[in-house]
Design a protein around this ligand. Sequence first.
Ligand SMILES: Cc1cc2nc3c(=O)[nH]c(=O)nc-3n(C[C@H](O)[C@H](O)[C@H](O)COP(=O)(O)OP(=O)(O)OC[C@H]3O[C@@H](n4cnc5c(N)ncnc54)[C@H](O)[C@@H]3O)c2cc1C
Ligand code: SF4
Ligand code: SF4
Length: 437
Amino acid sequence: MTDKDINNVNDVTRWRLCLGCGACESVCPEKAVTLIDIPIRGIRPIADLTKCQKCSTCLQVCPAIGMCSQERSSDDIAELSKAWGPVLEVWEGYACDPEVRFKGSSGGAVTALSIYMLQSGTASSVLHIGTKEPAPLQSVPMISKTRLELIAQTGSRYAPAPTCAGFDLIDEQNAPVVFVGKPCDVVALKKARSMDEQLNSRIACSISIFCAGTPATVGTYKILSEMRVNPERVSKLRYRGNGWPGMTTVQEKDSPRRQHMTYKEAWGRILSKFGQFRCRFCPDSTGQFADISCGDPWCRQTNPNDPGRSLILVRTELGKKNLHAAIAAGHIEAKRVDPSTLWRSQKALLRRKRHLWGRLTAMRIMHVPFPEYSGFDLFANWLDLSFIEKIRSFTGTIRRIIARKWHKPLASESIEQTIPAQTATRIDFQNAEEETV
Ligand SMILES: Cc1cc2nc3c(=O)[nH]c(=O)nc-3n(C[C@H](O)[C@H](O)[C@H](O)COP(=O)(O)OP(=O)(O)OC[C@H]3O[C@@H](n4cnc5c(N)ncnc54)[C@H](O)[C@@H]3O)c2cc1C
Ligand code: SF4
Ligand code: SF4
């Protein structure tokens, strides 16, 4: 990627690189950036270039255009560092509070850790994503200060979620804050902390969830369309949780009726087909820049009667201190597990990491702007693919670039294209699927 291609966040969007973290909106000193949800793409910034002073603060925090991995440490688990970044300890566990465990996406570890940090005085609040009345489909950054507020926002939101648009909410707090977000949100946080000492000093701990990719809003519309529910009639939507992995559950306004869809159907058949373009090129799906990261121990057989389990990675000494203290204080029940549990649980994420060098090389050859990464061992990971897969990583991307015209930037009218909720069930989903992944 060259400076010629990317001069402002509008260019990040035009080249399909934006991943919708919202950081640029929050840090712009001129308040020139607005976020909009483009249903077939995700949350995207629009910078008003008449207000922009070309300070490039937005690009300096942007995780989409590049990132640099940490130095290796002798404390890292050697067999994990090439594919997963620094990992000091691997645990499997769950929240001891049965309500948190049941409502949590996996085993409620993220919420249990957050509650521990509030109740122990380590932090006074948590910045994370959630929904507010009367917009159950819209994910917004919010500050939670109590167990009940945190429990209300448990569960993964498989939809655009601009956590970093809440950086200014951290500034408003006069005490330490826990940050919860996706891996790319945590990268934006890390970049913003390096530029803003006040923000840096306010972060008590950063927690990342694992992430296979954010589905655009059209994925949610497709679920609702199959359930024959008008998006405007939704009063409550949970993508999962309430058991492991839990069901997608939709409640309609003024109706006792609840509709359900299994996780396999909702994520496997629908949502995963509407992932953002940039997520194909993500080098860090397990939150290697966070203090602690949490995902699912998918190597286990799932069972709808299972109240839930989390796979917990300790990434830093601060993460280790907080997790050990949360276990000792009775907030989390967990045991150390063999590091191979991570490989066995996250095969799709490992596959994507291994394909990345081939995909980026194809982008480079086809002169498509691509993110700049350093220190992620991408070539070494690519070498671990079979011969056929190596070829596929490269030719598959070339084929897509040509078929989907990725070598051309998006026209501004397609960036601003929105779909009113009342017509959302009549979307051409096949076309939308091709527009996304
Ligand atoms: C888009 C997406 C893709 C995922 N892909 C994988 C995967 O491939 N493998 C895997 O093991 N796990 C994946 N997860 C993570 C997994 O679904 C759980 O979120 C994770 O295991 C934490 O579970 P928990 O019970 O500890 O969290 P909970 O206690 O339920 O807490 C969840 C926390 O995450 C926050 N949150 C929810 N959705 C988002 C979001 N979209 N962006 C930012 N923050 C959010 C909530 O605000 C809440 O604080 C994914 C999650 C998302 C949102
Ligand atoms: S990735 Fe985040 S910071 Fe970069 S342009 Fe998109 S919303 Fe803005
Ligand atoms: S796959 Fe990577 S880039 Fe995409 S939302 Fe998840 S962490 Fe961000």
